[in-house]
Design a protein around this ligand. Structure first.
Ligand code: ATP
Length: 462
């Protein structure tokens, strides 16, 4: 659907210091039913932005009073939903990349080719509509604590669930970004399962795991005899994804030659097996996932810019777990139930000190790391409760606590003091109690409370 069908009078603010450029562009845009306002420097652009509230800003990077990047920052601060399309000089790719890092939607090289600009504007408006709709859903008090096999109660995850719900039914290409273990594959599954292709296959490829020389034959298939070792005809993974979804995981690791070929498939919508002359038209929805910043790879010429713009119609960002600690309790509960069932354990809850500990961990391995920690604890727990001593060693030593976290209780401080003192006295509890200024039974009680007592010691000191 053309976004202008739903937003008939989309407002454009065009910021450029050359009036002659404005004239023809303004006329051309108005002919396409856009409402156009013009500004010739940064300050008047910001003033006009406040009065007219445009949907999209076309922003020249060179302005008489300030740089386009500065204006971009001000605009994004004033309204994070506004879409900014930068107009850049020929060959200034690094500037464009910088602008996109600062939140620009896209860029168009000058001299502007109207058809190109129009296509970019359409995409920008579609993007804005989608985000506005997601914001509306949030405002309507619809609270989601999960989607598909994902759980999460943090604002960031709720936003993500809303966005997935909106994007899934469309056929738009999706780029999922997130560190390892944040749940990119689950997000891809959720998109597929909520799309009209749900009854079709979802084919997943880890681009980092296929050796460079095999990539093309894996992706496109080959005819028998196409190369040494091609003993039989082979269907490519793209062919297998017909009527379904193709997930290209770790897309940043795709070899350069395969990037060119993939781009061609996306442009021409046709595929040919290696060594074959016949073309066929695959029908698949593309989802890509990455844990690296593609912008950085592009700046290093390791990822093709034209491919980037093909795959990033909708971007779904999954924040690292340490930036959404509110999700830790629900995730921990989910994994506790999952593994208690799997290993037939009676365990049903966490001791509060365990949850506190989990809340403070740095979680460099994100949700996957949390899942493994809980699995470990469930396996070694014998009663109904997970205690600190059931956590892996790294947790008990406290070495992976995020010391910069503001989440610190008096109990944390007390526990840390006991651990430190016992280390100093090499486990001698009498000496530790003396240093800490408490009676030995008090120290024992606290060690028990914080799960610092080995089971045999518990019996001896009870
Ligand atoms: N929000 C969530 N709710 C429930 N489980 C989750 C959630 N996020 C991640 N997981 C679980 O964490 C593990 C890692 O998730 P997943 O494999 O989707 O991550 P990933 O980002 O694709 O990782 P990688 O980049 O390493 O491939 C999986 O077992 C998944 O089930």
């Amino acid at each position: 659907m053309n976004p202008r069908d739903t937003m008939p009078a989309a407002r454009i603010l065009h910021v450029d210091d050359q009036p002659e450029t404005h004239e023809w562009l303004k006329l051309a845009l108005e002919r396409k039913q856009y409402e156009v306002t013009v500004a010739t420097d940064g300050q008047s652009a910001l003033n006009s932005f406040t009065t007219h509230r445009p949907d999209v800003v076309l922003l020249d990077h060179e302005l008489p009073d300030q740089s386009g990047l500065e204006v971009l920052r001000h605009l994004k601060n004033a309204d994070p939903l506004v879409e900014v399309v930068m107009l850049t000089g020929h060959g200034s790719v690094s500037l464009a990349v910088e602008a996109m890092r600062e939140g620009a939607f896209n860029f168009v090289e000058k001299p502007v080719e109207f058809a190109v600009l129009e296509a970019v504007l359409d995409k920008a408006l579609a993007h804005r509509n989608l985000h506005a709709e997601a914001a509306r859903l949030r405002m309507s008090h619809e609270r989601r604590d999960g989607l598909g096999r994902m759980v999460g109660t943090s604002p960031a995850m709720r936003r993500l669930f809303d966005l997935i719900t909106l994007v899934a039914p469309t056929d738009a290409s999706v780029l999922i970004r997130g560190e390892n273990g944040t749940g990119k594959e689950l997000v891809a599954d959720a998109v597929h399962e909520r799309s009209p292709r749900a009854n079709g296959p979802i084919i997943k490829i880890n681009c980092g795991a296929i050796p460079g020389e095999l990539f093309e034959s894996e992706l496109f298939g080959h005819k028998r005899g196409a190369f040494t070792g091609a003993l039989a005809d082979k269907r490519g993974l793209i062919e297998s994804a017909d009527r379904g979804t193709l997930l290209l995981d770790e897309i940043g690791e795709m070899p350069a030659n395969a990037q060119v070929k993939l781009l061609r498939v996306l442009q021409e919508k046709q595929v040919r097996r290696l060594g074959e002359t016949r073309m066929f038209t695959p029908d698949f929805r593309l989802i890509c996932a990455t844990n690296s910043r593609l912008e950085t790879l592009m700046a290093d010429n390791r990822f093709r810019e034209d491919l980037f713009f093909r795959i990033n119609t909708v971007v779904l960002d999954i924040p690292p777990l340490r930036e959404r600690r509110e999700d830790i309790p629900v995730l921990s509960q989910l994994f506790l139930q999952r593994y208690a069932e799997k290993y037939e354990r009676e365990v049903v809850r966490y001791h509060p000190s365990v949850l506190q500990r989990l809340m403070k961990h740095v979680w460099r391995g994100n949700v996957r790391e949390l899942e493994h920690v809980v699995e470990h604890a469930v396996i070694v727990a014998t009663g109904r409760e997970i205690q600190l001593r059931h956590l892996p060693d790294t947790f008990r030593s406290g070495s992976t606590v995020d010391d910069t976290s503001p989440l610190c209780t008096l109990e944390d401080v007390e526990r840390a003091a006991i651990v430190r003192t016992l280390a100093y006295t090499r486990g001698n509890k009498r000496a530790a109690a003396d240093i800490l200024g408490v009676y030995r039974p008090t120290l024992y009680a606290k060690m028990r409370k914080y799960g610092l007592m080995a089971p045999q010691e518990e019996v001896a000191t009870a």
